[in-house]
Design a protein around this ligand. Structure first.
Ligand code: X2X
Length: 352
């Protein structure tokens, strides 16, 4: 009896051992994850968190290396989605702005003043039918989206003057991401938009070849210490920059169901953690406005009336981009925004 048991165990361990070897042989030694910014941002830390959770929960079987500051792409940051689609990057925590030239529906988040600076409205859109539809569109393009992170509402900085009304932007050279809707927005406001990668933008600010830029305060302006190059900051919450944690379909399909479940859960946990830290601020303080002031910045917060003047000016952007994004999708998002705002009036721009 005992001998039979031992025999069974020997056979079983042989089979399991063989299976394990066959199994592990399917893993790549390293999975690549693309991130456009550096490791000190909450965006970068979100990528590290995801890699860490996956490693821990698969006992080191799935090893994801995060490539920061756009190391995986030679060329434009707006090509990141293609990297993912082609499997050059296995994973990415990517900005909807960078992916929008490849997925036109993602321009929804760049419609100026659409979300009114309201996290509630944004969350309603992301977690509702519109968010699901967007994930489905990505899936059809060969990318499996797993969770929503966040870079943040984008504010504008420059080295020349305080921006309080559209005319203050006249002729200012503003660096923007190479995504066409941003060119349209800044042209409609009378500025001179210049598109370039984030990596190149930093040296352009130092050289003074551009006057300003727009990015989230906690997400980018503070970690990159932009007060060193731009004295003026205007809080206008004009667009939101959600991040999406996603995996190339090719990579995804090579994992078995058990690993897929682990990866999906890790993505949700990491994305939730990253979004929370982006909203709270990395210093453990939500008072990003004071951090800018303490570092010598002149900060102006638009009033509701100021916002109206900017909103009127960008009307042509809606005329051109709503059909491009899809009128139905924009309308569905509008409904979600309105209903979220009825339930909980938006926490507006911070007080001066
Ligand atoms: O390039 C930018 O401005 C950045 C870092 O915010 C994005 O990648 C969208």
């Amino acid at each position: 009896m005992k001998a039979r048991w031992i025999g069974c165990l020997v056979v079983l361990s042989y089979v399991l051992g063989f299976a394990a070897v066959g199994f592990s042989a399917n893993y790549k030694p390293e999975y690549k994850m693309s991130i456009v910014v550096g490791p000190t941002t909450s965006w970068g830390m979100g990528g590290a968190k995801f890699a860490e959770l996956v490693k821990e929960r698969t006992n080191g079987r799935i090893n994801i290396k995060v490539y920061y500051s756009g190391q995986l792409y030679a060329g434009k940051q707006t090509n990141e989605f293609l990297l993912l689609k082609q499997g050059v990057a296995d994973f990415a925590l990517g900005s909807t702005i960078n992916w929008s030239p490849a997925v036109r529906e993602l321009n929804l988040f760049a419609l100026p003043f659409f979300f009114n600076g309201s996290y509630k409205a944004l969350d309603a859109v992301e977690s509702g039918d519109v968010g699901k539809k967007i994930f489905k569109i990505l899936d059809e393009k060969g990318v499996v989206a797993m969770g929503w992170g966040e870079n943040g509402f984008r504010e504008i900085t420059n080295s020349k003057r305080s921006v309080k009304k559209p005319a203050d932007l006249n002729g200012l050279k503003i660096r923007v991401v190479g995504s066409p809707i941003f060119i349209d927005i800044f042209k409609s406001l009378g500025a001179n938009p210049i598109s370039m990668n984030w990596g190149e933008a930093l040296s352009a600010f130092q050289a003074g070849t551009v006057d300003g830029q727009e990015n989230p305060v906690t997400g980018i302006i503070i970690p990159y210490k932009l007060w060193q190059v731009n004295k003026y900051c205007t809080f206008w919450n004009y667009v939101i920059d959600p991040l999406i944690l996603a995996v190339s379909k090719e990579t995804w399909n090579a994992f078995d169901a058990k690993n897929q479940a682990i990866i999906r859960k890790a993505a949700l946990d990491a994305a939730r953690w990253q979004k929370k830290s982006a909203r709270e601020g990395l210093e453990g303080s939500s008072d990003s406005l004071n951090i800018l002031k303490q570092n010598g910045m002149d900060v102006y917060v638009l009033t509701a009336e100021d916002v109206k003047a900017f909103k009127d000016k960008v009307k042509p952007v809606y005329d051109r981009w709503v059909p491009e994004i899809g009128a139905d999708l924009v309308q569905a998002a509008e409904k979600a925004v309105q209903s979220a705002e009825r339930k909980a009036p938006a926490k507006r721009l911070p007080k001066k």
